[in-house]
Design a protein around this ligand. Sequence first.
Ligand SMILES: *[C@@H]1O[C@H](CO)[C@@H](O)[C@H](O)[C@H]1NC(C)=O
Length: 440
Amino acid sequence: MSHLIDNTPSTPGKLKPDKSPYIHNRFRIHSSSFSKLTLWCLFFIAFILFFFFLSLLSTTATTPSSAAASNRRSLGSTWGGSAWEKRVTKSSRRATASNRAVLVTGAAGFVGMHVSLALKRRGDGVLGLDNFNRYYDLNLKLARQRLLERAGVFVVDGDINDAALLRKLFDVVPFTHVMHLAAQAGVRYAMQNPASYVHSNIAGFVNLLEACRSANPQPAIVWASSSSVYGLNSKVPFSEKDRTDQPASLYAATKKAGEEIAHTYNHIHGLSITGLRFFTVYGPWGRPDMAYFFFTKDILKGKQISIFQDPDRGTVARDFTYIDDIVKGCLRALDTAKKSTGSGGKKKGPAQLRIFNLGNTSPVPVSELVTILEKLLKVKAKRKMVPMPRNGDVRFTHANISLAYRELGYRPTTDLETGLKKFVRWYLDFYPGSKKKSAW
Ligand SMILES: *[C@@H]1O[C@H](CO)[C@@H](O)[C@H](O)[C@H]1NC(C)=O
């Protein structure tokens, strides 16, 4: 969402002086009705410009620092002030037994919320950060935020692209760790809005790494990459040693870029960085853009669902991984992360750089996912098998997790049916009434 806002200021200013005199002159030669139309257009543009500058003026007038104000305005968030700082400090305060203060980006997101709760529960200081964009239902994000708020986790409303905000946060709290889960997710949406992937997953990530490398002390970073980096690979299970240079979507390409960017910040600035390649994470409070979620919604509504079939006739399969298993993996990655080595601006030695698969090691065909949902919802699905479109999805994913097991002690314990049962219970509770019409 915020990339749209970023673009707004430059457009009206550019349009008027360059193009309108030309259009005006040319059209006057041919017809007077055209020139009337042009005049009205000009009038309209002037009208918009007037209100645009009016809004600019009013923002700068009400805030003390105009640089910070314009920054905040363009990113669509508000932060600062002593009451705000108090909340930041309080949320980041750790219980006496813990020595960790963790900044969690994307805290109002699916994985972000669960990880924040788990960290807070065990006594770590936790501060959330989220830009609350409208990629999916804002109400779900706000409900997650309320849950965090009740647990004592403050979620700052701000963007990882806001350098001044990040500097401020590191000024106020000497974070020991950053759990970076903010991202533009989804493979299909990249066809509609490629810029938002670059904005969040590349520009935003770089901005965050810049804040981390300048922070003193430097935090250790754990961040979410994706199983999609394996792209068109056909050798299964996917291992961290396999090639990852054939992404099938822009989403995958930006995650792969993130892994390379992580390498440079580790190499140059001594940041300790751990990337986690998540495999189709699902569960309560999940993302509405994912198949298990919207299948549930559509099955309950009696709406037809499309199941992708691959050209060789098998249905698409996914290594579905339950949220609690992912959370354990994230916490283990955090606990085994070594300190960064470049605090104070000079790298003092090699720093840790790791990549792990976090999957479930048992891919399930999507048709079987639907069968489990039918059973749990007690509603028959209207299935439609469709050939897989070439819009970013891959045929299957399957994780080799022996490295995460060895280094992190990561061992997933939730099978798909058990996990979906918990998801469905949450779904029916969160969306009461979704079942009424279609239940048998
Ligand atoms: C999984 O990866 C490890 C190396 O991390 C390798 O030794 C093992 O053979 C792989 N397992 C399979 C089933 O490919």
